[in-house]
Design a protein around this ligand. Structure first.
Ligand code: PRX
Length: 667
C-alpha cells in the first residue's frame, strides 16, 4: 500500500480543477474571510509552525471567555495528555446562545422543519435563551451538577438542541444516543456512561410513521435502578404511554414552571463537553470525549472558513444530531457563530422527493450539508423534483461521512448547484470533532472526489503501514495520520483512557491514526480510500463489524459469524454476514432463519445495521492460527473472486469454492 503509485496520479490527472463560480462571489453577503489560496497557505503554515500564536488569535476572536487561559497548548500525542487553553474558563451554552441573544434577540436560531410541515416552528436566540435556561434550572433542581452525564434520546426536534445546551449550561456532559438505536444499544450506553438522568419523548414522527420512543427507553431501563429521573417531552401528546410514577416526568409540567434565566456555569477549557459513542474495531462502542474550549473552537472556525458562513446565512445540515455531523454542524458550529440552523425531523422522501428542495426554497438556505447516500437516493429516484423548486439561494453544497464519487460530485454541482455553488467535500470523524480535510469555500480550488487539503492546524501525513515511516512528497498512498494535536481532537474514551491510547495513538507512536487509507496526488490533494480497520460505512453510518458479529453469534444456532462491507450503489457500503451453524438440521428453513438473524441485528443494534444478506456456509475461511480471513469473504461477496490474492495461509482452502457457490445463489 505504501509504494509510490500510479493509481493516485491517475485520479489526479483525470481530475479537473474547479474554481468557485462567479455566482458564489456575486451572492456572497460580504467579503470572503480569506482572500485567496496563497493566504490559506500562509495561514496554514502559521497554524502548523506556530500553533500557539495562531490558535491564541482564533480563540480570542471566536469565543467568549469568563477567565483567560494561561497557556494555549500542552501535552503530546506520544503521551496522550493533550490539553488546550489551559486554565481558561468559558461556557459553551453562553457562547452559543446568550451572547447572540444579547446582540439580537429576534434573530432566528433554530428553524424547525417538522415531519409534518404544519408543525414547523422558528425559535429566536431570545426564545432559545429562555428555553435552555428553563431546562437547565430543572436539571439543577434534580441535582445534576458539573461532570454528571445526561443521556439524551430524542429525534431531530428543537428540544434536542435545547436539552444539549441546557446540559452544558450547568457544566454537565451530554451523551446523545441516535434515536434509531435499539433498546439494548441505548441500555449499553446508559450503563457505560453511568447517566442518572435521561431526556426523551413520548413518541417520534419520521416519514409519517410513529416511533414508540418512550417504550424503547422503558425497555432499555429494565432492571437499571441507577437512573433516577426521566424527562419526557410531549412530541405527540400520547398520554397513554407507560410512565413510572417515581422516575418519569412530563416536560411541560416540569419545564414550564422553571425561571426564565439560569446563569451559565463557567467550565474549565478541558472539562468534557459531551460524550458521543462510536463504533470501533472491537465489539463494544466507545464514548468519545470532547472538551469544552477546543471542540467549540474547532466547530466555530471550520463552520466559518470551510463553509464561508456569514452572519445571516442559513445552514441546512441534513444529518441527525445523534451523530457528530449534527453535533458540530447543526448545533455548535452555526450557533456559536450566531447563525441560524435548520433542524429537519423527516426524510428526503417524505411526503415526496421534493422535501429537501422545498425546505431550501422556503427558508432561502444558503448552505446544504448532506451525506452522499442521500444524494444517491435522490439521483436514482427523485431527480425530477429538483427543478420544481427555486433553490438559487444556495452558495455552498457540503458532503460528509463517506467518499463522494467524482460522478456524484459532478451531479451535485450541476443538478443541485446549477453550476453556481461550491461543492465542499469534508473528511473528518467523530474523534476529530471538526473537519480534518476540506476546501475553504471560494478559496481552495476543488477536484471532484477529493476532500482536498488539510484545515488549519491539521498537520496531515501519510504513513507506510508496514515500516511505520512517514511518506514524504506527493503521489503516495498510505494510512492517514496527523502529526500534532489540534484543538477539537477527542481527548479520551469515557472511562477508558487506555483504549484511547491503544486505538489512536499507539498504532503509529507519536501520531494520531485516523483508521483511513488515503492517497496524496501531485498537487498535495488527499483522496480517501476507506477504512483499514473493521469499520464499515453504511449510508454514512459508522458500524463495527465485530459488534454485528457478536450479535449474530448470540443466536443459539450460529456457531461463528463474519461480517464484511461490500460496495453498494445506494448506501456506499452494505453489510453482508457469513454464518456457520451449530446444527443446521434444527433451523426452520433457511429463508425464515435469514430473516430471524436480520431481525436480531435490527433489534440488538438498530435497523440501520441490518445485513443486506446472510449467507450460511459450513465453515469460515481461517488462517492456520484460526484468524478469519475476511478479505476472502469480502472479495467473493463483492464479485471480485478473481482477486482473492494469496491464499497460502488459508487452513481450509476447500471452503473457497463452497463460499462462491453460496454467494452465487444468494445474489
Ligand atoms: O472513513 C472516514 C469516513 O467516515 C469515517 C468517520 O465516521 P464518523 O466518525 O461516523 O464521522 C462521520 C462524519 C464526519 C472516516 O474515518 N468519512 C467521513 N467523511 C468522509 C469519509 N470518507 C471519505 N470522504 C469523506 N468526506
Amino acid at each position: 500500500m505504501a509504494r509510490r503509485t500510479h493509481e493516485c496520479v491517475h485520479e489526479a490527472e483525470n481530475a479537473q480543477l474547479h474554481y468557485a463560480p462567479a455566482h458564489f462571489y456575486e451572492t456572497q453577503p460580504g467579503k470572503g474571510y480569506i482572500d485567496d489560496v496563497d493566504q490559506y497557505s500562509q495561514m496554514y503554515r502559521e497554524s502548523i509552525d506556530n500553533p500557539e500564536l495562531f490558535f491564541d488569535k482564533m480563540a480570542k476572536e471566536f469565543l467568549h471567555w469568563d477567565t483567560p487561559y494561561k497557556a494555549v497548548k500542552s501535552g503530546s500525542l506520544a503521551d496522550g495528555d493533550v490539553a488546550w487553553f489551559l486554565n481558561g474558563e468559558l461556557n459553551a451554552s453562553y457562547n452559543c446562545v446568550d451572547r447572540h441573544a444579547f446582540a439580537n434577540s429576534n434573530k432566528p436560531a433554530i428553524i424547525y422543519e417538522a415531519d409534518d410541515e404544519v408543525e414547523n416552528r422558528i425559535i429566536t436566540f431570545g426564545q432559545l435563551l429562555r428555553k435552555v435556561s428553563k431546562v437547565a434550572s430543572l436539571l439543577k433542581s434534580w441535582g445534576v451538577k458539573k461532570g454528571d452525564v445526561v443521556t439524551i434520546y430524542l429525534p431531530m426536534i428543537p428540544e434536542v438542541i435545547i436539552t444539549m445546551l441546557a446540559v452544558v449550561r450547568i457544566g454537565a456532559i451530554h451523551s446523545v444516543i441516535f434515536s434509531g438505536f435499539s433498546a439494548s444499544s441505548l441500555r449499553e450506553r446508559i450503563i457505560d456512561s453511568k447517566s442518572k438522568v435521561i431526556i426523551t419523548c413520548d413518541e417520534a414522527k419520521r416519514g409519517g410513521k410513529t416511533i414508540h420512543t418512550k417504550d424503547i427507553v422503558n425497555e432499555s431501563l429494565q432492571g437499571i435502578n441507577s437512573v433516577t429521573y426521566v424527562l419526557v417531552y410531549e412530541r405527540t401528546h400520547n398520554k397513554t404511554i407507560a410512565m413510572s410514577p417515581t422516575r418519569d416526568y412530563w416536560w411541560t409540567e416540569e419545564v414550564n414552571k422553571q425561571p426564565n434565566y439560569c446563569p451559565p456555569v463557567p467550565c474549565n477549557a478541558e472539562d468534557p463537553l459531551f460524550l458521543l459513542y462510536t463504533s470501533g474495531s472491537t465489539g463494544s462502542p466507545k464514548g468519545i470525549v470532547h472538551t469544552t474550549a477546543g471542540y467549540l473552537l474547532g466547530a466555530a472556525i471550520t463552520t466559518r472558513y470551510v463553509f464561508d458562513i456569514h452572519p445571516d446565512d442559513i445552514l441546512f445540515t441534513a444529518g441527525d444530531v445523534g451523530w457528530i455531523t449534527g453535533h458540530t454542524y447543526a448545533l455548535y458550529g452555526p450557533l456559536s457563530l450566531g447563525t441560524a440552523t435548520i433542524i429537519f425531523e423527516s426524510t428526503p422522501a417524505y411526503p415526496d422527493y421534493g422535501r429537501y428542495w422545498r425546505i431550501i426554497e422556503r427558508y432561502k438556505a444558503t448552505h446544504f450539508y448532506v451525506a452522499p447516500t442521500a444524494l444517491r437516493l435522490i439521483k436514482k429516484i427523485g431527480e425530477a423534483e429538483i427543478s420544481k423548486y427555486d433553490i438559487s439561494s444556495l452558495r455552498v453544497l457540503g458532503s460528509v461521512g463517506e467518499p463522494i464519487s467524482p460522478e456524484l460530485w459532478k451531479w451535485y454541482h450541476e443538478k443541485i448547484g446549477n453550476k453556481n455553488c461550491v461543492v465542499c467535500d469534508t473528511m473528518w470523524q467523530t474523534e476529530s470533532g471538526s473537519h480534518l480535510l476540506a476546501p475553504l469555500s471560494g478559496v481552495t480550488p476543488t477536484k471532484p472526489g477529493s476532500a482536498t487539503v488539510p484545515f488549519f492546524g491539521i498537520d496531515a501525513c501519510l504513513i507506510d503501514p508496514v515500516s511505520g515511516h512517514i511518506l514524504e512528497g506527493n503521489d503516495v498512498v498510505g494510512v492517514l495520520a496527523v502529526k500534532c494535536s489540534w484543538p477539537s481532537m477527542a481527548r479520551s474514551v469515557w472511562n477508558n483512557h487506555d483504549r484511547y491510547i491503544e486505538t489512536y495513538l499507539k498504532p503509529y507512536p507519536g501520531y494520531y491514526f485516523t483508521g483511513d487509507a488515503a492517497g496524496r496526488d501531485h498537487d498535495g490533494y488527499y483522496w480517501i480510500r476507506g477504512r483499514v480497520d473493521d469499520v464499515v460505512n453504511v449510508s454514512g453510518h459508522r458500524l463495527s463489524t465485530t459488534e454485528i458479529e457478536t450479535c449474530l453469534v448470540n443466536d443459539k444456532y450460529v456457531s461463528a459469524a463474519a461480517v464484511v462491507g461490500i460496495p453498494d450503489d445506494l448506501t456506499g457500503q452494505s453489510v453482508v454476514a457469513f454464518v456457520s451453524l451449530q446444527n443446521d438440521n434444527e433451523i426452520d428453513g433457511p429463508v425464515s432463519f435469514h430473516r430471524e438473524l436480520i431481525l436480531q441485528v435490527r433489534k440488538e443494534i438498530g435497523p440501520f445495521a441490518a445485513p443486506k444478506a446472510v449467507i450460511i456456509i459450513n465453515d469460515l475461511p481461517k488462517t492456520r492460527s484460526g484468524k478469519i480471513m475476511r478479505r476472502v469473504l469480502r472479495k467473493i461477496a463483492s464479485n471480485e473472486a478473481e482477486q482473492l490474492g494469496d491464499l497460502s495461509t488459508l487452513a481450509n482452502p476447500e471452503i473457497v469454492s463452497e463460499i462462491m457457490e453460496a454467494v452465487k445463489t444468494q445474489f
